[in-house]
Design a protein around this ligand. Structure first.
Ligand code: PHE
Length: 450
């Protein structure tokens, strides 16, 4: 077996785009971005988020694809080989190690939220949302969080689905799912947006999200926005590196990265617009936090014609989107295990799945029985994992990759991989050596002093 068939490779560039978009588009767009906008004061957050995508996200997405494709290995071994190739310290491989850990930690809470989505599929299918009011909908969600057994049930199902796809292998498991998923998700989101426009308060929603108010940009909101740009594009931890490692040599990294970033941001912002139009029309609280979409969307589906059908379909699509992201969260670790310990994918997936599932149980208990357990800075288990990964580990991983690609890697190698016009190459170089590091470091510094 040659190396590529052993590892699996994408059938063509299009499937790579779909798979990477599948990694990027997930709960981050539909669940997290909308509620983060509300918690962080609206338009100021959106502005920093968009700037982060443009100035840091797209260049680093390119960097990560490039690093992965050059070595065609899992992130840890890829970083080691890249460091050797550039006569740099082997310690650069710890970027890969940290990335594997980050992915595993994210999945511990991601799977719990994925479970919420699964439970909403079943609720929508049973027509539980018909004519629901805002207060009823909030009570519904609170009841879900208060029930450890229900949460455990759905978290378990989510983990089983994810790890069984992982066990089958990336190319076999993923390509088919992604081909229809993303277009379908866009379509149903447009439908939702149309509905929100007709019954919701779209003007208030647009003002809330887009009227620039620089005075509201706090260091904390900026860090959250930057961190969310990483989370949403799946960068900074090696998911994209490992997907890039399955990409053929002739594909254009820049164009692909731009497509993915546009699709990802557009989907999240559209979801936000649709949701806030409903929030303002139903006197709900924009800063409601992680429950926001679960409190607002049932109101929309509960009142629109064919709402049970569309609601069920919507939550099914979100669950799929979550699963394709979840898979990419563990793929770096699975690739590392398979390529180094030489055990096959199935036992590797089972072992890792059990580990993540167990930590996930602690996460779901933090919404009820362990509500008062605080880990650091007064944060509960769920918040600790979320903040640690999104605002520290992902930006730090991205920072190190940018420095490596911009300053350590030989220019002739990055030029060869990226294959850009000179001016674009210089722009990429500038973002990796200056703009991204300065943005990330200054946000970290702000945080330290705030
Ligand atoms: N980008 C995914 C989402 O938005 C989450 C993710 C983060 C996936 C990091 C892989 C790596 O839901």
């Amino acid at each position: 077996m040659n190396n590529m068939t052993y590892r699996g490779a994408w059938a063509n560039r299009w499937t790579f785009i779909l798979a990477t978009t599948g990694s990027a588009i997930g709960l981050g767009n539909i669940w997290k971005l909308p509620y983060m906008i509300g918690v962080n004061g609206g338009s100021a957050f959106v502005l920093v988020y968009i700037l982060s995508i443009l100035l840091v996200g797209i260049p680093l997405l390119m960097t990560e694809v490039m690093l992965g494709r050059r070595m065609q290995k899992n992130p840890m071994d890829a970083m080691l080989s890249l460091a050797k190739e550039s006569n740099a310290a082997p310690a650069w491989r710890y970027i890969g190690t940290m990335g594997m850990l980050t992915g595993v930690l994210i999945l511990c809470f991601y799977s719990v939220v994925g479970g919420w989505v699964l439970s909403y599929i079943s609720q929508a299918a049973q027509s539980n949302f018909t004519n629901i009011t805002g207060a009823e909908s909030s009570a519904h969600f609170d009841a879900l969080l208060a029930s450890p057994f229900t949460l455990l049930f759905w978290h378990t199902i989510f983990m089983v689905i994810t790890m069984s796809i992982v066990a089958k292998g990336v190319t076999a498991g993923l390509e088919k799912a992604n081909n229809f998923l993303i277009p379908a998700l866009f379509a149903i989101l447009l439908l939702l947006l149309g509905y929100s426009m007709s019954v919701g308060d779209m003007a208030a929603s647009a003002t809330f999200m887009f009227s620039p108010d620089f005075s509201k940009i706090t260091p904390n909101a900026a860090l959250n926005a930057l961190g969310h740009a990483f989370f949403s594009l799946s960068i900074g931890m090696g998911s994209i590196m490992v997907y890039g490692s399955y990409l053929q040599r002739d594909a254009s990294i820049a164009r692909t990265s731009i497509y993915i970033a546009i699709a990802d941001s557009l989907l999240g912002l559209l979801a936000g617009l649709a949701i806030y139009a409903l929030v303002f029309a139903n006197q709900l609280e924009p800063g409601a936090g992680p429950g926001l979409i679960f409190q607002t969307l049932p109101i929309a589906f509960g009142h629109m014609p064919w709402g049970n059908f569309f609601g069920t379909l919507f939550f099914i699509l979100v669950a799929f989107a979550a699963a394709t992201s979840a898979i990419s969260l563990v793929e770096p670790t699975i690739a590392w295990v398979v390529e180094n310990i030489k055990i096959s994918r199935k036992p590797a997936a089972a072992g890792l799945g059990i580990l993540i599932w167990s930590i996930g149980v602690a996460v779901l208990l933090s919404f009820n029985l362990w509500q008062d357990v605080k880990v650091v800075f007064g944060l509960g288990i769920f918040d600790t994992l979320d903040k640690l990964t999104s605002t520290i580990m992902l930006p730090l991983g991205g920072l190190l990759m940018a420095i490596f690609a911009g300053c350590v890697m030989k220019k002739q190698h990055s030029k060869q991989e990226l294959n850009l016009k000179t001016s674009f190459y210089q722009l990429w170089q500038l973002t990796n050596t200056f703009i991204a590091p300065i943005a990330i470091v200054s946000v970290f510094i702000f945080l330290l002093f705030s």
